[in-house]
Design a protein around this ligand. Structure first.
Ligand code: HEC
Length: 148
């Protein structure tokens, strides 16, 4: 059926085509169009898969981090801010500027700050498990990347 239609369009357009090479060109265009439609279908399928399968996994991981953040960090860092030292926020630009090694290894740099604390920020080494620290660091990193 699809081929019949293609043939019909081809026959109709035949007199309009300027030279014999164009017939091959026409079939090529149809081929490229079919490939493009298949590619678009594939990309749509992948995004649907992403939405259904991958996103809830990500959401689950960061929601643990989010809870730990609300319970332990939000008193000073609500919404990624810093109530004690205004400019040392958890925004990407501040982290890149003030947090040592953030540019090279962001998650590790955040983990190190949480474990050791710094000046007015307390250490969480004895308060949170390694897994909790990893979860909350991943949460902070994700928020810094996507915006608080
Ligand atoms: C008592 C308030 C307080 C709490 C609670 C606190 N912080 Fe902080 N945080 C600070 C202060 C103050 C600084 C700036 C330290 C400095 O460089 O002098 C800071 C800096 C940071 C930085 C580096 C930011 C930058 O721009 O340099 C990160 C990352 C961070 N905190 C994450 C956390 C996380 C995650 C938690 C929870 C586990 C937490 N903080 C809990 C006060 C706090």
């Amino acid at each position: 059926m699809a081929e019949e239609n293609t043939l019909k369009i081809f026959k109709i357009s035949l007199p309009l085509l300027p030279d014999p090479c164009s017939a091959a060109m026409f079939m090529n265009i149809i081929k490229i169009k079919t490939q493009a439609i298949l590619a678009i279908a594939l990309v749509s399928l992948i995004s649907i898969f992403n939405l259904i399968i991958i996103n809830p996994v990500l959401a689950a991981e960061t929601s643990t981090g989010s809870k730990i953040f609300q319970a332990n960090c939000a008193s000073c860092h609500r919404g990624g801010a810093n109530i004690l030292i205004e400019q040392k926020t958890l925004e990407k630009t501040a982290l890149s500027k003030y947090l040592e090694n953030y540019e090279n290894d962001p998650i590790k740099a955040i983990i190190s700050q949480i474990q050791n604390g710094k000046n007015a920020m307390p250490s969480f080494k004895n308060k949170l498990s390694d897994q909790d620290i990893l979860d909350v660091a991943a949460y902070v990193f994700q928020k810094a990347e996507t915006g608080w």
